[in-house]
Design a protein around this ligand. Structure first.
Ligand SMILES: Nc1ncnc2c1ncn2[C@@H]1O[C@H](COP(=O)(O)OP(=O)(O)OP(=O)(O)O)[C@@H](O)[C@H]1O
Length: 671
């Protein structure tokens, strides 16, 4: 047997230590070079390193260091690795600039692998047959690569747990494998943007809710089982027909009909373009320079947002900010220096950290910018400068605060450092304009992961990950309370879109500590869904105001439901999240409270789920005196025993919720 023979199909040992594993490895090579066949158990680390070797470009995986285990309990030490109970449960190698032909043979020994994602890289090669052997997989994401060739018809046979398959924008060809159509748990299938030919197979899967086979070379009738899908799922193919597309055999519209429609579209288009041009010209006249952030790429910025229009048209803002931005010059001065010079910081970007590459406002103005969203306190843009992506948030309700006070407060925030806080990097101050700059977090927010807007088509969050996020939030909050003892609500704006998630799903709190510089009268009427009743109704802020918001975030993670604003018109009081959960418990429907995306964890980890539910409801106690304080919440969360956290089997059908009472195990939920 030659040296360097591929280690394939090996059995896994029960978690060998890394040093032991390495010596096994050496033993293997020594023996194999002596032509003796030895079968030993590969550790997760060895497996992953072998996999990495097959890539021609993998600098993003430089921290895959053999002297550190990839997983320690639920903590991942290696980039892109997802862990559960000390084992690799997923690979999330997205947007990492990976190149080469993936050799996935070694991955067979990762018997607990649930998620495999290589999206947005430059990987080549044909359908890796070994994927079929990864029987534990729940989701496969290969979209936006250069995988090619035909996928064998039986490629998915035996992958009985598979729920999501994403192959978008590759170069796969040949027929859609019929084994895909027999996956009994498939929920989402994306095959768009390939070169699949022939007919769409008969999918008889009740669970399949999202399908996209557009932009392929498919033809023939669409199976009746898919006729309820949106027509756009089938567009851009050679000759697909039948519901929801036009009937098979029906002649396409006559050329004169098409011509009429084209003329109408052109007339409408021209009219809209003229209106848009007039609107843009009028707007640009009034527009402050600050809004020209990324103006070379203005098309990327959505200026149509209502809030933003109000902001743009405020003359006061336009005058003040315009001046400020015209006097921009390169600034590397520290905040302290700028403050000492008393007012010399007009128009400058002030960095609050020394470990950052400096850029100035001109760089920001030149950078390509993309609007991320407009929230209750302002709008956020993503800008790419010197190959770094940053987020610039323009705050609306901060014009009561004085210059010195603002500088002082930003300095204080700039000193905060904790693994669960997104650090403030820099800021800009003018009386009428405040910008705060932080790093862009690629993995999105807890809100987008929970409620499905995550543009990387992320798999659902399992219980272990949710628990890790809750713990991280509690730790971040505890640090904030210890570091900012003079601020009554040290976060002041906790909600799921202000919890960002890093590569290893650690939460990073953002938008924190701003209550001393925000105009609270505006804040009070905003973001009600997360605001405690005493704050929302009477403007009373206490040390426990953040605790209420934290409770709502935990409930959101347990239930998968978006919290309702209980002060909106036509609001059903029973629909606000805390009230809804309390009501369900009263009606003895506790099991139905939990998010179905939690899968079998709803049964196997129900002790932990119930304990967490109890903690959340104690945070959402209307009586402030009875509400837990942060120390109690943090301690209870840390105490939760995760030893029996189960693997997420994702079997949504198992728990009908009827034999699951709030008093099961040793926990009692007060109702
Ligand atoms: N540093 C960041 N990296 C990545 N995404 C971010 C970052 N900061 C904010 N976002 C996302 O950008 C979007 C807009 O954020 P923004 O803070 O402007 O509004 P919001 O959080 O929805 O509401 P609010 O203004 O009330 O805080 C949100 O989806 C948020 O999760």
């Amino acid at each position: 047997m030659p040296t360097g023979v591929r280690v394939a199909g090996l059995m896994r040992a029960p978690t060998p230590t890394i040093s032991a594993a390495s010596s096994f490895f050496f033993l293997f090579f020594f023996l194999s070079s002596s032509c003796i066949i030895v079968v030993f158990s590969a550790s997760d680390a060895e497996t992953l390193l072998q996999f990495k070797q097959s890539l021609t470009s993998a600098t993003a995986l430089n921290n895959w260091n053999p002297s550190v285990p990839p997983c320690e309990n639920h903590k991942a030490n290696w980039a892109g690795v997802l862990c559960l109970n000390g084992h690799v449960r997923g690979l999330r190698l997205e947007n990492m600039g990976l190149k080469g032909e993936v050799d996935m043979n070694s991955l067979v020994s990762l018997t607990r692998l649930r998620t495999l994602s290589f999206m947005n890289n430059t990987l080549v090669g044909s359908w890796p047959p070994v994927i079929t052997k990864l029987g534990s997989l729940r989701s496969v994401y290969l979209s936006y690569n250069h995988f090619s060739g035909e996928i064998p018809d039986d490629a998915f046979t035996g992958m009985k747990f598979l729920k999501k398959v994403f192959l978008t924008n590759n170069e796969f060809n040949g027929p859609i494998p019929s084994s895909l159509a027999s996956l009994s748990r498939l929920i989402e299938l994306r095959l768009d943007g390939n070169k699949f030919k022939g007919q769409v197979p008969q999918f008889q899967i009740d669970t399949l809710t999202k399908l996209n086979v557009s932009n392929n070379e498919l033809d023939g009738p669409i199976p009746t089982s898919l006729s309820h899908m949106d027509p756009s799922c089938f567009s851009g193919n050679n000759d697909l027909c039948g519901d929801p597309l036009p009937e098979c055999g029906k002649a396409p519209m006559s050329s004169s009909g098409l011509l009429k429609i084209a003329v109408i579209i052109i007339i409408l288009g021209v009219t809209l373009a003229v209106i848009a041009a007039i609107f843009i010209i009028l707007n640009l006249r009034n527009q402050p320079a600050a809004l020209q952030l990324g103006k070379e790429n203005a098309g990327m910025i959505n200026m149509e947002d209502q809030d933003q229009k109000k902001y743009v048209n405020a003359k006061q803002v336009a005058a003040g900010v315009g001046d400020g931005y015209r006097s921009i010059e390169s600034s590397s001065s520290s905040v302290a220096q700028a403050t000492r010079r008393g007012g010399a910081d007009h128009g400058k970007l002030l960095f609050v950290r020394d470990d950052r590459e400096r850029f100035d406002l001109q760089d920001l103005l030149r950078a390509s910018a993309e609007i991320l969203g407009s929230g209750s306190f302002g709008s956020s843009y993503k800008a790419t400068i010197l190959s770094n992506a940053v987020v610039v948030k323009r705050y609306k309700h901060m014009n009561n605060v004085g210059r010195e006070e603002f500088h002082e407060h930003m300095r204080r925030l700039g000193r905060l450092t904790h693994p669960n806080l997104l650090p403030l990097v820099a800021y800009y101050y003018r009386k009428e304009e405040k910008l705060l700059i932080s790093d862009f977090v690629d993995n999105g927010s807890l809100a987008s992961h929970l409620h499905g807007n995550h543009n990387l088509e992320e798999a659902g969050l399992d219980w272990a990950t949710r628990l890790k996020i809750i713990r991280g939030i509690a730790r971040g909050l505890s640090y904030l309370y210890a570091s900012l003892p003079n601020i009554v609500a040290a976060h002041g704006h906790l909600k799921s879109s202000n919890v960002l998630l890093d590569e290893s799903m650690e939460p990073l709190l953002t938008d924190y500590g701003l209550s001393p510089v925000a105009n609270l009268e505006q804040g009070q009427s905003l973001m009600m869904a997360y605001k405690s009743p005493e704050y929302a109704q009477m403007g009373r802020i206490t040390k426990k105001t953040d605790i209420w918001s934290f409770g709502i975030v935990i409930l959101e993670m347990l239930t998968g439901r978006f919290p309702e604003n209980y002060l909106t018109r036509n609001h059903d009081p029973k629909a606000d999240l805390a009230a809804w959960v309390n009501n369900m418990i009263k009606e003895k429907k506790t099991a139905q409270v939990f998010d179905t995306e939690l899968g079998r964890a709803r049964e196997s980890s129900k002790g932990e789920l119930l304990k967490m539910l109890k903690i959340a409801l104690s945070c959402c106690e209307e009586d402030v005196d009875r509400r837990l304080d942060l120390n109690q919440v943090a301690a209870e969360i840390e105490d939760l025993n995760d030893a029996d956290l189960s693997d997420d089997d994702d079997d949504d059908d198992d728990d009908d919720g009827h034999n699951f009472s709030p008093t099961s195990r040793h926990i009692h939920i007060a109702v």
